[in-house]
Design a protein around this ligand. Sequence first.
Ligand SMILES: [Zn+2]
Length: 221
Amino acid sequence: MFIGHFGVALAAKKIVPSARLGTLLLAAQFLDFLWPILLLLGLEKVVIVPGITAVTPLDFTSYPISHSLLAVVGWSVAFGLAYYMWHRSRRGPVVMGVLVLSHWVLDLIVHRPDLPIMPNNPARYGLGLWNSIPGTIAVEASIFLIGIALYLSATRTRDRTGNWALWGFILFLSIIYAANLVGSPPPDPRMIAWVTLAMWLFIPWAYWIDRHRRVMGESAR
Ligand SMILES: [Zn+2]
């Protein structure tokens, strides 16, 4: 799943308006921000098998640290605690933890049975929505659109940048998503790792959007 995770991050702004969009995105996409680093370190593996699903040719043969449920629960608690150290609020840390966990649940819907529960247990799970392109688009685009709507209802732009930065972000994500659906498979796993690593750039972009928008009810300055 790709834009669905971004949709969840955008939606979370409505629940914790004080949280920055960059941090919400870091939480919702944390597992996929971690994954390319683990690939490059040789700790996790991915293989390209064209046609393995209708949507992606990636066969996630091993990703126990970034995507086994047990490890994900650990990441989720760690993220929540780290956020609590920073902002001593009650709701923020819980939402951050749930966001980290939400990634695994959404992945479970789209992935083939390749998601482990325990890092070293061979049992794998996945509902396989990726076998259907229309089904994948319907679910992911819906989550993304709901997220955009909630983010828009939670914030107002402070200046023109607040509008352009947000709509540019949405447009850019949509283009990458569409290109991924119609494009040819990536040449090799290393390339996939580097391209995925570049997604970290969305975090400063998200902080930038948020800096130019104010939360509803906050005084306009
Ligand atoms: Zn993932």
